[in-house]
Design a protein around this ligand. Sequence first.
Ligand code: PEP
Length: 251
Amino acid sequence: MRKNIVAGNWKMNTTLPEGLALAKDLDAALKGKTVNCDVVIGTPFTHLATVAAAIDTAKIGVAAENCADQEKGAYTGEVSAAMVASTGAKYVILGHSERRAYYHETAEILKTKVNLALANGLTPIFCIGEVLEEREAGKHFEVVEEQIKKSLFDLSVADFGKLVLAYEPVWAIGTGKTASSDQAQEIHAYIRKVIAGKYGQEVADNCSILYGGSCNASNAKELFSKPDVDGGLIGGASLGVDKFLPIIEAF
Ligand code: PEP
């Protein structure tokens, strides 16, 4: 069956010493504790190797927040999936709405990134979600369906089975405005149905679908209680152990 996962996305926050201290604090807080979900932290590229070497990666998976859409070569400033994998990171967040909006990452580019991530043994945490106008126009179902189809539906059954999805309504990211647990459940169930239509019910049932968007210690339990919400992708509240740990413990 699918895993419950709580994954942090630090975004462009923390210097290396600050990030290392945060990762070590989380590692210490989880030591000797039994938790009922997998825990992942998404850190800036500069932190990956240092963080991965400093924590128990059997307990906390490390994620990059992006990777290049090229394998290697003359792409100044880019970081390849192979480079990410060589740091000890096991995951990569792809398709985050900030990357789609600010760095013009198209469905086609994301498809390439997903393929490269998988080819290098990384687990993509693939983000989808609608903007406010799309939600208000009742188009959220078709928006997420298109995002999934265009970037992921050329994958083999085996490769699709390696993905984690994160439904993140853009209007809820960093806004303090959360989707209600019923809204989350409704669209997560729809996403699972779309997956089942292409890859079959077993693959759909085994796919972890995380919710992201102002998830915090106060709303995590309610969101995670829904049958198709398999955890969270957490931005702001992943930047302090005092805020992140209660979300992990919501399972
Ligand atoms: C995110 O950026 O993935 C996110 C969910 O952010 P926040 O939790 O801050 O809304």
